[in-house]
Structures are given as structure tokens and as C-alpha cells.
Design a protein around this ligand. Sequence first.
Ligand SMILES: *[C@@H]1O[C@H](CO)[C@@H](O)[C@H](O)[C@H]1NC(C)=O
Ligand SMILES: *[C@@H]1O[C@H](CO)[C@@H](O)[C@H](O)[C@H]1NC(C)=O
Length: 460
Amino acid sequence: MSGESPATRPVGGTEYSWCRAVPGGTGVTVSALLLSKPPNITQLQSYVIKLQSFHPILRSKLRFDPATNGYSFFIPVDPPTQLIQACDGIQSFELVIEHEMITNPWVNMNLNQMNQVTEADVMFVTVYTLPDEKSAVVLRLHTAACDRAAATCLVRELVELIGSGGEIGSVKEEGLGFAIEDCIPAGKAHKPFWARGADMIGYSVNAFRFSNLEFKEVGFPNSTQLVRLKIGLEDTNRILSVCKSKGVKLFGVLAAAGFIAARVSKNLPDEQWEKYSVATLIDCRSALDPVLNDHNIGFYHSAVLNSHDIKGGEDLWDLAQKIYTSFTTAKDKNKHFTDMADLNFLMCKAIENPGLTPSSTLRTSLISVFEEPMTENTNEFYKEAGLLDHVGCASVHGVSPSLAIFDSIRDGDLDCACVYPSPTHSREQMQDFVGHMKKILVECGAANESCDSNLCVKLL
Ligand SMILES: *[C@@H]1O[C@H](CO)[C@@H](O)[C@H](O)[C@H]1NC(C)=O
Ligand SMILES: *[C@@H]1O[C@H](CO)[C@@H](O)[C@H](O)[C@H]1NC(C)=O
């Protein structure tokens, strides 16, 4: 990386897609801490300034220039004086997270602005006073500047700063970092022209034609809601050990449980096929040139889109294996690099033409999962900081899947933040849906033998 720290750089292709998506409501990244005591605001402010000094992109702003139709990051000469906002009157941690996902400071940064340069910070910090002396500290970030791995890293650094009284350091980043497209290893993004054409036809004709969950509520989605899926240590260990013995990653079985629960929710006649799709997000940091790390704050994920025919009665682990195999086949062919631009293009097309998506709901797949869960373990600083809970997720009421799963293994428990758009899907529907997924995972997933999902269905 260069020693110079450029004060401005234009966004790359993937970042550009996020700049288009975020004003529509997808990609407001929220990382929220629940603390047992109110933080000292003066100190918190100094910790946030430390985070910004470790990671200059956090003090940057995004600028949209209508003259060029382009976006760029730049570091303003004068740092803001008031970094932390305060908010009270919200009654629970989960409601704080939902409130944050619809608090969108980038909503006006779109291409329709009449010849006006618009600018906005990429990070906001808010402290909420909650009942019972508890409080929440929330980082809200533009996804172009911060993906899930980066948000998790920031939260870890912030908790360690709070818990250590500001003693903890971090690797200092230079400048505004890189766009992912500029770090793809030589040759990996190459795709023959004919293959690109064929895949684009495949994507554009099929991408939005997959079966979905029922749209229980009508209206243009204008908010994102949260359901949590938590599985205790013993069951989590059992699920992970079956994953290991079958050579399947956790996301495969999460997606399989989602497909089975979706098929069951529709009460279809036996043997009627439905095609469900899953977007699997790959953190590309370790495969980039230069190799990056979680403390490289930015957006370095790429998606692989796969679909599967489901007729009911599938065995959970067989389906998980199928999902996992089609993912690895795509990844081995470097599809996450070769098709990056195509998928970004498609996402922008859907934003411009919601009519391309089922019932104009902007849904592009059933479910999204991450290739790897985040792993978080309590340490002495977490205890010192009074950390009770942590949720990291991002809004999805613009163009997005019906359910986005942000999974983590926290002190050995599986803890997933599952988010969905509203209206479109109702809270009751999605609580049921996620509840069914949990049942399938616990009853079938943790059983170290094959398990006909009809059995799961009977259990539901
Ligand atoms: C907050 O921290 C500052 C700096 O360490 C200290 O001077 C101040 O007394 C603290 N405030 C409270 C309310 O504890
Ligand atoms: C979303 O729209 C509905 C009407 O369709 C309205 O009742 C609701 O208050 C809106 N929510 C937000 C967060 O704007």
C-alpha cells in the first residue's frame, strides 16, 4: 500500500452499486452494542476519534457530483465537532436496531438531484438510553465504506477501547483504502466474451423469476425488520460437527433450512417444484492483491447466486450438500470475480426498474447468507465495558433478498440477525419462518443422521 494518504478517490464499481442502493433503503449497516451501563460520552467521543484515526475512511464523506454522475470518498479538511448523537424514548434494543436501519442520511444522495453536489458522512454514532439503566451504542455506516467483516472489527475495537479505558491500539490504515475491483489478482476476473454474454442472458431472464415467500403485506417496502435466530451451545456444536463430518459449511445448512421452511410455508401439493435462490456473500479480503484483513475497512465482498429446485421432502443434509457443492463449483471458477460487474449491473437495473422483480417488491432472491460466520468471543474488555449483547446487520428494504442472514458464532452459540423488508413480509410471517428454520436446524440439523424433511414438517 502506498505511504501517501490520498484525500480523495472515486468509488469503484461495487461501491458505486452501493451508492445507488443505499438511498433506496438497502445497505445501511448497523452495528449495535447493548451495554449494562451508560457510557461516558466524553470518553466515547475520544474513542470514536481514535477509530477514525486508525481507519481514515471513517472520517470521510461521500460526494455525488451530477456533472460526472460519479461518487467519490474524500476526507474533509475540518473534522466534525459533534460526532455522537443521543436518542431516548425507544423501549428495546431490537427496536433501536430497526430504528437505525430506517435512519438513512444518504436518502437524498441519488442521481435525481437537480445539478446539486451532495455530500454526507459515511459513519454516524448514536447513544440510546434504554429502560433499566441500559444503553445502546450504535455505529451506522454506509455499506460502500463498511461491510460486515469491517463492522464487526470496528465493534471489537470500540468495545476494547471502552473496556480498556482507551488503551487498545489497532493497525493504522493508510488513506482511503482500495476499491475491490482494483485488488482482484491478475487474470482472475477474465471471462471470455461469449461466456459473459451467455451468463448475462441467464442472469437477466432468470435472476428475478425465482419463487419467493408469500408477500403477505402490500405496499412499497419502506423499512427493515429484525428477527433473531439463536441456538444454544450444545445444539450449535452438534450442527457444526455434522457440517464438519459432511464437509459442508454452515451457510449450506442455513440456506437448506430456509428453502425447506419456505416450501412448507406455502402448503403446495406434494411434488410441485419451486425454484429458490440463494446469494452467498464471500469475503474476498484474503484472496485479494494486496491481501487485506478485517481491519481494512471497506466493502470487499462479492456474491455468488445459485438456485435449486425444491419439491418438498428433501433431506436437510443432502440439500445442504447440494447448495454447498454448487457454490464451491462457482467459486472454483472464480465466478465471484468474473461476474462481479454483471451482478452489480443487474442490481442497478432492478433499482431503476422495480417492475423487473416479483410483484415489484425489489426481491432478487429468497435468502442471502455469508460463506463464513463471524466468530466473536467474550474477553476481559467486553466484561469491563459491560457488553450484554451485540447485533450487526444491514437494511434490506431496497433491492435485496427476502431474508438476509447475518450469522455469528458467539461464545459458541449460533446467533443470527435475520432481516427482511416491510411491508412485503409481515412480522408474524417472518417470526414463523425463522422459527421453522430453527426447528429444522435443531431437530434435524443436530441429528447426526439423514433426516427426511417431511419429518421436520411433522415437527413444525
Ligand atoms: C467522563 O470522562 C472524563 C474524561 O475521562 C472525566 O473527566 C469525566 O469526569 C467523566 N464523566 C463522568 C460523568 O464520569
Ligand atoms: C411505511 O409505509 C406505511 C404505509 O404503507 C406507513 O404506515 C408506515 O408508517 C411507513 N413506515 C415508515 C418507516 O416510513
